[in-house]
Structures are given as structure tokens and as C-alpha cells.
Design a protein around this ligand. Structure first.
Ligand code: ZN
Length: 412
């Protein structure tokens, strides 16, 4: 920050100041949401230089652009840390069949499921994938999202996975948003691969090295489940990812307890996601390794699950809890972080503070981006959501309304 002397007063110039605001800073060194009843946020270039109480602001802090927030609430920009936003095709027909009583096996044998999305995604151009994802991304942006994670996993061959990851990264050229791309080659076995072991070999020896070489993704994810890949196959994927310097995430224990949470912990993964069937040993392993629990209430709701993730154990053992949409065409066609928070409270039993932290600070932690995002603190990117609400609880309480007043991405 510039500090220049004008007369005897030091003036600290920044680009923009949001003043007369109530802040939910989400700072982890404060209790609750780190609330500040009369606060300001000051930004220089793309980063916050001050966020806190007006009375504590550095003397002489000033900017040409001073925005009066009229007492509105400012939170960190929202973060969706688990999506499958890039895909082609439409699965609403499957939904119709399901509502008429068809089973998953019947839908799959009629050509539905992940493989139907794979066929459509393989057939689509990179530009078509970007175009079809933009309305979904815009829905997230309209509710204040400033960072969105996007997984591949519907290409399931090297060229198609590359195309999906390029399309994910291209979203950041089309909208003011931070995109975190994750390689999810180990999502399902493509029909031409024959066996899961053969396909995992291709993932480890061809796909992960290429993705790392071309810097198409910052993390690797896998679907560890009875209907997908075994813990042993997942461990091979993780070892290959680590050898190439990529971060790890895992779809774990969603439909059964395959001890995926413990596996994620053993490899030092950033997060384990879903976790409906995770047991105490899995929770303890996550706590010891600092793995974030990413809960996905949209999929829980859409699949009419009844087995809830062990929220009380996560709380007791201080496992950080994040929330995400899991936006995908098959099991969570959800593009609202506000509704995700409501579902987190109603369906999973999270507190208001846990829900809001889950789509800000803890979501940033799940992406390994807490140094840059997730709280209102000096040094982080100036990503803000400004809300027309009386209390932060309004963000979780309402269903189907959007009180976003303004959204700021990197100071703009
Ligand atoms: Zn997912």
C-alpha cells in the first residue's frame, strides 16, 4: 500500500473501499462468523488490504472509489468446491423414468447413467461443452460464487478428458471467476476398456502424466465405491497423482463403507467427499490428517438417501466441514449454493455457522486455497458477496430466493 505524506497526515491509498457494511469475515481466529457490526473492506489491485471494524482501520486509509453499502452484509465470495459442471447431454428423461418407478439397473440397461453422459460428452466439441456449462455457472455466479471447482470424468479417454479440462479452464476466460480444475478420470470404466484394472492402468500411466504435463488440472479425484473403483485401484491412482505433484480429492463412502475416508487420510488428500457411510475410524483418520469433509446434500436429497454422514463425529473430532452442490446431470442437478446451505441445515443437521463456513472458508480449505480465498482478511483476493439481508442466517433460512445485492471478483 502506498503511504505518502500529505502535510502531517499519512494517506494510505487503495483502489476501492466498501464502507458502512456489516461483515461476516469468517476469520478462524474469531468466534462464530467473525462478525463486524460496522466495517469496511479496502482493496488494492486484486487483493484485500484491510477488512474489519471501521474504528480500527489504519489512519488515512482512503480510495477514490468509496462505496456506501448502507448497512448491507458482506461475506467472502461463495466457493463451490465440488462440481461436475462440464458435461453434454440431458438426463431429465432418466429422471422421468425414475419417477415412474424404474430402477437404476433398468435405467442403466436402457443406456442411461454416467455412460450416457460420457457418450454425449465425447461427441461434443470443446466450445459446445463451454456453452452448455455457462448457464449452470451463471446460476452459481448469480448467488455470489467467485470460485468454482470443476471435475472431468465424463470423457473417460485421454482426449475427451483433456477436452473437458480445457473447457473447464475456458470458463474462466468467459466469466470473472476462479476455476479450480480436477481430473476425475477414475469416475467409471468406459465400455471399451474391458476391465477396471486395465482402465486404471491407463489412468495412471497415460492420463495422469499427460494432465500433469499440460497443467490441465491441479488435483486428481476418484470414485471409490462398490459400483466404481476399489480402494486398491484408488490407491494406485493416488500414488500416480502424488508422483506428478497433484493434489488429491476423493468421492468416498457415499453408498457403502469402503473405508474411502481412511484411504484419503492415508494419502494426505485435501478432502474426502460425500461420506454418508464413513465410520468412526474414518473420521479419526480424517481428523489426524486434516482432511476436509465435503458434504453434498444435493445428491443426498436427489437419491432419497437416508444414511446421513456422521456430522456429530466430525464436529466432535474437529474435522472441517465444507458444503458443495456436486452439480452433475445424474444425481445432483443443483446450481444453488444457497439451497445447498438450506439442505445442509435441514437434511444433514448443520448449524447456520457451519453452513456459511462450509461454502466459504472450509470450501477454500478443501481446495487448498485458504491462503487466497474463503475469508475477509488482508492479503487474500478481494472476492466478496454483498447481501440484502438482516442477518447471516437469512442466507440459510430462505428457499428459492436470492438476496445477493452485488458480487465482487478480485476487486472488480
Ligand atoms: Zn461428485
Amino acid at each position: 500500500m502506498d503511504a505518502m505524506a500529505i502535510g502531517r497526515e499519512a494517506v494510505m491509498l487503495c483502489d476501492r473501499i466498501w464502507r458502512n457494511a456489516r461483515l461476516a469475515t469468517l476469520r478462524s481466529d474469531r468466534s462464530g462468523l467473525g462478525e463486524v457490526p460496522d466495517g469496511i473492506v479496502a482493496c488494492r489491485d486484486t487483493r484485500i488490504v484491510y477488512a474489519g471494524a471501521t474504528v480500527d482501520a489504519p489512519a488515512g486509509l482512503d480510495a477514490a472509489d468509496r462505496i456506501d453499502c448502507a448497512g448491507r452484509w458482506i461475506t467472502p465470495g461463495l466457493i463451490d468446491c465440488h462440481t461436475h459442471l462440464i458435461y453434454a447431454g440431458d438426463r431429465s428423461h432418466e429422471f422421468e423414468l425414475r419417477m415412474q418407478g424404474a430402477s437404476y439397473a433398468e435405467i442403466a440397461s436402457a443406456g442411461g447413467g454416467i455412460l450416457s453422459t460420457m457418450r454425449a460428452t465425447r461427441a461434443a466439441s470443446e466450445e459446445a461443452l463451454v456453452e452448455s456449462a455457462l448457464p449452470r455457472l451463471d446460476a452459481l455466479i448469480a448467488e455470489g460464487a467467485t470460485t468454482v471447482e470443476v471435475k472431468s470424468g465424463y470423457g473417460l479417454d485421454l482426449d475427451s478428458e483433456r477436452k473437458q479440462l480445457r473447457a473447464a479452464r475456458a470458463l474462466a476466460l468467459r466469466r470473472p471467476i476462479t476455476i479450480a480444475a480436477t481430473f476425475l478420470g477414475a469416475h467409471a470404466v468406459p465400455p471399451e476398456a474391458g476391465t477396471a484394472d486395465y482402465y486404471i492402468e491407463r489412468v495412471c500411466t497415460e492420463m495422469i502424466p499427460a494432465v500433469a504435463d499440460e497443467q490441465l488440472a491441479e488435483a486428481v479425484d476418484a470414485f471409490c465405491e462398490g459400483i466404481a473403483f476399489s480402494p486398491e485401484q484408488t490407491a494406485r491412482v493416488f500414488a500416480a497423482a502424488q508422483a506428478h505433484g497433484l493434489k488429491l480429492r476423493l468421492h468416498a463412502d457415499q453408498l457403502s463403507n469402503t473405508h474411502g475416508a481412511a484411504l484419503a487420510a492415508r494419502f494426505g488428500a485435501l478432502s474426502a467427499d460425500h461420506l454418508e457411510y464413513t465410520d468412526l475410524a474414518g473420521v479419526l483418520a480424517m481428523a489426524a490428517a486434516g482432511v476436509v469433509a465435503v458434504l453434498l446434500p444435493g445428491a443426498f436429497y436427489f437419491l432419497r438417501e437416508t444414511q446421513r454422514p456422521p456430522v456429530e463425529l466430525f464436529r466432535l473430532r474437529r474435522v472441517p466441514i465444507a458444503l458443495a452442490t456436486d452439480c452433475n446431470p445424474g444425481t445432483s442437478p443443483l446450481t444453488s449454493l444457497l439451497l445447498t446451505m438450506n439442505m445442509g441445515a435441514i437434511l444433514l443437521g448443520l448449524t447456520i455457522d457451519e453452513c456459511i463456513a462450509g461454502v466459504t472458508r472450509e470450501a477454500a480449505r478443501a481446495l487448498g486455497r485458504l491462503a487466497d480465498a474463503g475469508t475477509l482478511e488482508a492479503g487474500k483476493f478481494c472476492d466478496l458477496a454483498i447481501w440484502d439481508i438482516e442477518r447471516p442466517a437469512d442466507l440459510v433460512y430462505r428457499m428459492g430466493s436470492n438476496p445477493l445485492y452485488a458480487r465482487v471478483w478480485r476487486g472488480q
